[in-house]
Design a protein around this ligand. Structure first.
Ligand SMILES: [Zn+2]
Length: 292
């Protein structure tokens, strides 16, 4: 497991920053969902952001969900992360194949299309926090920058990148989120802006051998930076046969009876990791007996 996230502060706490390398995480997602290159890139960017935003949450049981609902051929993306670096996600249509964009790159914006993004934070309260923004470019990083500015009132810079190998496996994935605290001074802001301008592509930097640590050193060039935390991150789905069984119990006797009447085994699919769980008619009858 080589993927991890670092959390840092800089300029006397005026800046907080996160950076991550997520190559294995995104490659696991690609294998689980058999995603096309552009679908892998889009999902990978959102997974990388989700992993970092997950560890921003304070509670052990807090859950973050990022939902992109848009009209492009990708048919949306959903990512869920916990506060311990575990992240999972899927796209509506993993087979999307569209021509490269004008820069010759995978056309993530074209695949995502026009729409909006929901940021849902379940922090164990009665109601989850929900922030919604209209997608600005559908390239995902800019959309998250816009979300942070408008919904959370935190000026931020977000960089995300996924680079594929020729055989369509994931070569590099990672990103950063840098945020200005309300008391940030003008000089801090302008220096940070200058630094960000110099960064063209996260994947280029990863290709050059940059780590999350050295990536942040580049973004925060000229500031004193203190790394507070290094958190392993991975694509992790918590589904299990028991959970699927509990879901089947919860749908009720009537529906279960109908399934049994069909006389055929049923297959339940986990959207997040694409794992299939098969239940025979005998097993369904067993579940029906547990059903009140
Ligand atoms: Zn699963």
């Amino acid at each position: 497991m080589n993927d991890y996230i670092i959390r840092a502060i800089a300029a006397n706490d005026q800046i907080r920053a996160f950076a991550a390398v997520t190559t294995e995480t995104v490659e696991t997602a690609r294998q689980d969902h058999n995603t096309s290159p552009v679908a892998t890139a889009a999902l990978g960017r959102l997974l990388t952001a989700g992993a970092m935003m997950g560890v921003m949450m304070k509670g052990d049981k807090d859950i973050l969900t990022l939902q992109i609902k848009a009209g492009g051929p990708l048919e949306g993306i959903t990512v869920t992360a916990d506060s311990r670096g575990r992240v999972k996600g899927y796209v509506g249509n993993p087979d999307v194949c569209i021509p490269a964009n004008s820069k010759g790159k995978l056309d993530v914006a074209g695949a995502v299309g026009v729409g909006f993004m929901n940021v849902i934070k379940d922090m164990g309260l009665k109601e989850p926090y929900v922030g919604q923004v209209v997608l600005q470019t559908s390239e995902i990083a800019e959309d998250l920058t816009y979300y942070f500015a408008t919904s959370e009132q935190v000026p931020s810079a977000v960089g995300l990148g996924v680079l594929m190998n020729k055989d369509n496996t994931v070569r590099q994935a990672g990103g950063f989120i840098v945020q200005l605290m309300p008391f940030a001074e003008e000089s801090t802001i302008s220096r940070l802006e200058e630094n960000i301008k110099k960064i063209n592509s996260v994947t280029d930097l990863l290709e050059e051998g940059h780590t999350p640590e050295s990536l942040l050193e580049k973004v925060l060039d000229g500031f004193d930076m203190e790394i507070n935390d290094k958190i392993p991150t991975e694509f992790y789905c918590n589904c299990s046969r028991e959970r699927v069984e509990r879901a089947l119990i919860s749908i009720g006797r009537k529906e279960l009876n109908e399934m049994i009447q069909e006389g055929k085994p049923i297959e339940m699919n986990c959207h997040f990791c694409n794992k299939n769980y098969e239940f025979s008619v005998e097993e369904l009858k067993e579940i029906l007996r547990k059903c009140k």
